[in-house]
Design a protein around this ligand. Structure first.
Ligand code: SF4
Length: 185
């Protein structure tokens, strides 16, 4: 006899990981890493018309140790790369990354030696949001994709995926590579 049968509608059972992921999904604390115009567009996402509170993600934290979702918005110059890496490394696990705007995803129209051509050569990106700048609706769609990922991915799968990312990065980017834990030493 199942426990639900014995106790009727008074309780329900689930797996701990499902309950934890559900709570995480609805309580993301974003860390806005804004360097240019995309970050200005993001202000509209926070305002009442689009209202990020509906997704439980309105508590912006400018302290990496209190955040679990890094939103990178704006052109990332090579000089900013060590800063971005360090802030990412300072965020506690589990953490997710949203690359917002063409500049962050691929360097955008800045085909220049001074601009990083995509942040997925530095840190593991979970969701890409295209546009220059993306509309607030696109931001929200990106956030919803992150929520889906948070809900379905176990922490073990996630750890494996991040390790694979760094292994691949080591192979493709040997000269430029610096693992996150070494930055903090
Ligand atoms: S993608 Fe466009 S709007 Fe966003 S930072 Fe780059 S130039 Fe600015």
């Amino acid at each position: 006899m199942g426990i639900e049968k014995a106790l009727g509608d008074t309780i329900f059972t689930t797996q701990l990981s499902k309950a934890v992921n559900w709570a995480r999904k609805w309580s993301l604390w974003p860390m806005p890493f804004g360097t240019a115009c995309c970050a200005i567009e993001f202000m509209a996402v926070q305002a009442s018309h689009f209202d990020l509170s509906r997704f439980g993600a309105e508590a912006m934290r400018f302290s990496p140790r209190q955040s679990d979702l890094m939103m990178v918005m704006g052109t990332i110059t090579r000089k900013m790369v060590p800063v971005l890496r360090k802030i990412y490394a300072q965020m506690a696990e589990p953490k997710w990354v949203m690359a917002v705007g063409s500049c962050v995803c691929s360097g955008g129209f800045f085909r220049s030696y001074s601009v990083q051509q995509g942040i997925d050569r530095i840190i593991p990106v979970d969701v890409y949001v295209n546009g220059c700048p993306p509309r607030p609706e696109s931001f929200i769609k990106g956030l919803m994709e992150i929520q889906k990922l948070v809900e379905r991915e176990s922490l073990i799968d996630r750890k494996r995926r991040i390790e694979e990312f760094y292994k691949r990065l080591e192979q493709i980017n040997e000269t430029d590579y610096e693992p996150a834990d070494e930055i903090l030493r």
